[in-house]
Structure formats: structure tokens, C-alpha cells
Design a protein around this ligand. Structure first.
Ligand SMILES: Cc1cc2nc3c(=O)[nH]c(=O)nc-3n(C[C@H](O)[C@H](O)[C@H](O)COP(=O)(O)OP(=O)(O)OC[C@H]3O[C@@H](n4cnc5c(N)ncnc54)[C@H](O)[C@@H]3O)c2cc1C
Length: 576
């Protein structure tokens, strides 16, 4: 038996994208907000560095410069109509957050303080500009808490610790979801006029990642399994500075505040790779530079990491501006960053790809038509403002700008929409899947398959890729999918808080997305942004200045091209 609920709208995910959308619909629609983790534990709360907006509080800035940086940073795969919406709306969005109660750091004159960040420049690439608004190095945490408070105040109906495990689709119309309640093991069927997915990223596909455990991409995987496309999935951002061996993030704010990357010889090697903005070049450029230093034997002690040097910033500045990351380094490495450099290596950080949407958050099919009843926003979506490589501080902005727009569109459209009847036996496919797993008493544990997938993806689909490596990884991942289908078993088969079952279901999402990433990466025979093919080292605008769509076509996987919107900035070679 399952419990049934009916709401106007179901929002899945309570990071900043889901919360911002919920705030917008409050009082106008009956909304259910479902989240796998308690809302304030969503990964948005881990965001450290800041949120970008051309407030111009520190020095002159403009939304056009911000838009240019976003397009250039995205290696010209950014949809420029969407980037214009993002950067024009940024200033309003940040002041709105301020008015809701977000405690940003301030200048002595009371204005919101801003700092430098990778790829943020003035006058179309001339020199770095201070554009990141921040609250020390816990910007995401304070925005998440503020927006959650706003949802509570507005009486949003939250269903915490329920995982959505299926999307309900009837005659091409999305009309609800099936969710599993971790506390009881019961299935819940949610019937709604519209479903919005805001399930975040899926860094857990890779071994070394800055992402939290919940980032398994369930929403994107469900969309794909139901035959809808995913866009630009080959573009996986590796952040240059993860703590060595752990992947925990050291925010770019550390370099924004003056931190310097050094190799074994003590050289500031970024001077060679990006002479103008050096350590503040875009993330893909810095990650590749680090990997090149390591490959040339200039990693520290010849090993696979370099140093991030903050020692010259002084104890006081570290305590005031970078206190959280200083404490991570002290706790995890036993190092005081004021006295010794930090060992770092690239860590999987952000997915540029996801569910294709328009600027109102409507999810799109392969032909680019809105899918009835389905919205998406945030990291699980691809609108696409980040193109082939996201700039730091543009994700938090994307969440609040496009989360709000999706909420606004739903508030306007949903009241006149009908409730599509549910498919019969809505929860039967999920129940069958779960029972099959629970019936087995021997086999392989989900964690074993997950580790093999993560290792393979890291090795063959990381910062550098080749055709041969991608083919090999695809074979491995398909083998793991088969093993997962036939052989996964659980040590614990009970109903309450069955985290073994959670891992098995999440593994299905991760393996689905790993395959999509590999297929997408193999089909893009060029290097652009975060996608770096050693066998095709150059960007090829002639053949690949387009988005990739990957979708399920019966038993096969289809790949299609989708045009990029170019309105203001013609593609130019990327020079730093
Ligand atoms: C360590 C770190 C630091 C970062 N720093 C910055 C920064 O300084 N500036 C910046 O702009 N960006 C930053 N980013 C990126 C940014 O934080 C993320 O892209 C963003 O927070 C994603 O937000 P979201 O709302 O899409 O989803 P998330 O905040 O990831 O939330 C996902 C939500 O979906 C729910 N969910 C997932 N699956 C299911 C399911 N099956 N059923 C029900 N609910 C589900 C989860 O419970 C959660 O509530 C950082 C990222 C990381 C990892």
C-alpha cells in the first residue's frame, strides 16, 4: 500500500533552486517540497566563495562585462539569451536576498562587500574585477538558511527525508512522482499538475569530488530513463583546488584573496599558462595547468598534487575571510594555512549539463518543445548559462534567478492546467524494482560497484580524455549496469532507514548518468571548456559549436545536436 497526496505542484529538491521556486509560488499554489535530506543539509549549504553580481560596490562593473565573462568562460557554448537574463537580473537578485535577511559581508560604508574570483573581469577581459558578493566563506550556508526561513514563514508544505524514486508520466504528460519515506520504508504517490526537479548535481559519479553524498543525480537520471533528453553532459567541471586525497573544496575565494599555486620548484606556474589573470584564470584552465605540471614531474615531491600557498595572507585575513576552509585544512590535514602551503589537486565539482530548459524553467524534449508538466532548475538543469565551463559564483546566481523564474511561470500557468490522471498502478514498477533487490541474499554490494564506477570515471573521463579511454570506460560502466541489475544485494532488508536500499537505488542513477556522460564525451571530437580530448586538442567551431543532446531511443542511446544562441559575442579563440 502507498500513501497518496495531491498538490498543485511538487518541487523535488530543497537546495537554493527548489527553495527559491517555492518562495515564488507560496500563497498562489498548493506546493509540496520533497527532499531526500533535511532542506538545510542540501549541498547549496556547502557553497563557500560567493554569488556573482555586477553591483559595482568596489570598482566600476557592468552586467555586459559579467555577461561577456560568462560567455567566454563557457567557451562560447553558453546560450547568450539566457546569459543576458542571468547577468541583467543578478543585481536585483542579490539585493532581494539582502532584503530577505542574508548577512553579506559589508564595506565600511555599509554596502555589500565584493571580492575577485576566477574569470571575473572588467572591460571585456582587461583585468580582474571584484564581483563576488560573499558572507565569509559560507555564502551558500547563509542563503540556504535564509530561504528556508522564508519557506517556513510562508507555510510551504515540506516532506523531508523522502527520496523521489520515479517520475509519473501519462501520454507524455508529467503528472507526479513516487517517493520513498526513509523513516518508514513506505512509498508515497504524489499527484500534481506540475513537477519541478531541483535535485542538484552528481559529482558522486567520480572518485574525487567536492560534492556531498546526496549528489547522485536522481532527477536527471529519471528524466533520461523516461526517454527525455539530457544536454551537454560531457562538460564536467573539475575544480583546481580540492584538498589532496579527499576532494574537499578549498574555495576559489582563497585565490581571490591572493592565494598562489606553486609547483615542486616553488614556481608560480600559472604565469606561464594565463599571463594576464594567472591564478584567477577559469577553472578548466587552472585544472589543466595543474595536471600538466604533475605530468611534467613538477608535482610536489614528484607526486600528483601541487601547493596552494596562503601563508602571505596573514592569520587575521584568513580568520576573517577564509575561516571555514582554514578550519577544514587544520582538521583534515593538521596544517595551519597561515604557516604552511596546502596540498591540492583537481576535484570533480560541478555538472554544466543536465535537463534542458528554457529561461522559464520549462523542461524541453529533443525537438526543443516544452514537456507538459515538467520544470527543472539549478544544477540538475541546463538552461544553458554555463556553456562548456561554469564561472565561480555563477551557480548560486543561476539558482536564485532561474529558480524564481520557474516558480513565477508555474504560479502563472498551473492554475489553468488540469490534473492529468495518474498511470494505473503508479508505484508498481518501483515496488517491483525494490522487491527484486530485497529478495536476493547473495551477490554484490552497491558500494563495490559504485567504487569501480567512480575509479573508472576518474581515470578515463576526468580532466583529460581520449577515444580509447572513453570506449573502455563505457564497456566497464555497461558491465557494471548489468551487474547492478542482476546481482546487487543488501545486508539489511528492513523497512526503517534502509540506507543500503538507498545506496542501491542511487547507484542506478549514478550508473545511468555515467553512461550518458561517456556517450556524450565520445561524440564530441574537440576540446572545449572543461571537455579536453587529447586526441582532438583544439576547439572546432566548424563542427561542434552546438549543444549535445543524449536520449534513450528504445534500447539504444541517441545523440543529437542543438544550436547555441549567439546574440552579442561572436566566438573568439580563448586567450588568457
Ligand atoms: C563545496 C562546494 C562549494 C561551492 N561553492 C560555490 C560558490 O561559492 N558559488 C557558487 O555559485 N556555486 C558554488 N558551488 C556550486 C553550487 O553550490 C551548486 O551548484 C548548487 O548549490 C546546487 O544547488 P541546487 O539547488 O541545484 O541543488 P542542491 O543544493 O545540491 O540540492 C539538491 C536537493 O535535491 C534533493 N534531492 C536530490 N535527489 C533527490 C531525490 N531523489 N528525492 C528527493 N530529493 C532529492 C536533495 O535533498 C537536495 O535538497 C559549490 C559547490 C560545492 C559542492
Amino acid at each position: 500500500m502507498s500513501e497518496k497526496h495531491t498538490h498543485d505542484v511538487v518541487i523535488v529538491g530543497s537546495g537554493l533552486a527548489g527553495l527559491r521556486a517555492a518562495v515564488e509560488t507560496a500563497g498562489r499554489l498548493d506546493v509540496a517540497l520533497i527532499s531526500k535530506v533535511f532542506p538545510t543539509r542540501s549541498h547549496s549549504g556547502a557553497a563557500q566563495g560567493g554569488i556573482a553580481a555586477a553591483l559595482g560596490n568596489e570598482e566600476p562593473d557592468s552586467w555586459e562585462w559579467h555577461m561577456f565573462d560568462t560567455v567566454k568562460g563557457g567557451d562560447y557554448l553558453t546560450d547568450q539569451d539566457a546569459a543576458e537574463v542571468l547577468t541583467r537580473d543578478a543585481v536585483r537578485a542579490v539585493y532581494e536576498l539582502e532584503h530577505m535577511g542574508v548577512p553579506f559581508n559589508r564595506n565600511p560604508n555599509g554596502t555589500i562587500a565584493q571580492r575577485a574570483f576566477g574569470g571575473h573581469t572588467r572591460n571585456f577581459g582587461e583585468a580582474p574585477v571584484k564581483r563576488a558578493c560573499y558572507a565569509a566563506d559560507r555564502t551558500g550556508r547563509v542563503i540556504l538558511d535564509t530561504l528556508y526561513g522564508q519557506c517556513v514563514q510562508r507555510g510551504i508544505h515540506v516532506y523531508p527525508e523522502l527520496s523521489v524514486v520515479d517520475l509519473l508520466v501519462r501520454d507524455g504528460v508529467v503528472c507526479g512522482v513516487v517517493a520513498l519515506d526513509w523513516a518508514t520504508g513506505a512509498l508515497h504517490v504524489f499527484h500534481a499538475k506540475a513537477v519541478m526537479l531541483a535535485t542538484g548535481g552528481f559529482g558522486k559519479v567520480f572518485k574525487t569530488t567536492s560534492n556531498c553524498f546526496a549528489n547522485t543525480g536522481d532527477g536527471a537520471a529519471l528524466v533520461f530513463r523516461h526517454g527525455f533528453p539530457l544536454q551537454d553532459m560531457e562538460f564536467v567541471q573539475f575544480h583546481p583546488t580540492g584538498i589532496y586525497g579527499l576532494g574537499v573544496l578549498i574555495s576559489e575565494a582563497a585565490r581571490g584573496e591572493g592565494g598562489i599555486l606553486r609547483n615542486r620548484l616553488g614556481e608560480r606556474f600559472m604565469e606561464r599558462y594565463a599571463p594576464t589573470i594567472k591564478d584567477l584564470a577559469a577553472r578548466d584552465v587552472v585544472s589543466r595547468a595543474i595536471m600538466s605540471e604533475i605530468r611534467a614531474g613538477r608535482g610536489i615531491d614528484g607526486r600528483d598534487f601541487v601547493y596552494l600557498d596562503l601563508t602571505h595572507l596573514g592569520k587575521e585575513r584568513l580568520a576573517e575571510r577564509l575561516s571555514d576552509i582554514s578550519s577544514f585544512v587544520r582538521i583534515y590535514l593538521g596544517i595551519d594555512p597561515a604557516e604552511a602551503p596546502i596540498p591540492v589537486q583537481p576535484t570533480c565539482h560541478y555538472m554544466m549539463g543536465g535537463i534542458p530548459t528554457d529561461v522559464d524553467g520549462r523542461a524541453l524534449d529533443v525537438q526543443g518543445r516544452p514537456i507538459a508538466g515538467l520544470y527543472a532548475a539549478g544544477e540538475c538543469a541546463c538552461v544553458s548559462v554555463h556553456g562548456a565551463n561554469r564561472l565561480g559564483c555563477n551557480s548560486l546566481l543561476d539558482l536564485v534567478v532561474f529558480g524564481r523564474r520557474a516558480g513565477r511561470h508555474m504560479a502563472a500557468q498551473v492554475p489553468s492546467m488540469d490534473l492529468t490522471p495518474l498511470p494505473s498502478q503508479a508505484e508498481a514498477p518501483v515496488r517491483e524494482r525494490m522487491e527484486k533487490i530485497k529478495e536476493r541474499t547473495t551477490g554484490v554490494r552497491p558500494a563495490v560497484l559504485r567504487e569501480r564506477m567512480q575509479q573508472e570515471m576518474m581515470e578515463r573521463c576526468g580532466v583529460y580524455r581520449t577515444r580509447e579511454g572513453l570506449d573502455k570506460a563505457l564497456e566497464t560502466v555497461r558491465g557494471l549496469q548489468e551487474e547492478c541489475r542482476r546481482n546487487v544485494f543488501l545486508d539489511y532488508r528492513g523497512e526503517r532507514y534502509n540506507t543500503d536500499l538507498m545506496e542501491a537505488l542511487e547507484l542506478e542513477s549514478l550508473l545511468t548518468l555515467a553512461e550518458v556522460i561517456l556517450v556524450s564525451a565520445a561524440s564530441r571530437r574537440e576540446s572545449r571548456g572543461a571537455h579536453s580530448r587529447e586526441d582532438y586538442p583544439d576547439r572546432d567551431d566548424q563542427n561542434f559549436l552546438h549543444h549535445s543532446l543524449v536520449y534513450r531511443d528504445g534500447d539504444k542511446i541517441g545523440v543529437a545536436a542543438k544550436p547555441v544562441s549567439i546574440t552579442r559575442f561572436e566566438p573568439k579563440p580563448r586567450v588568457y
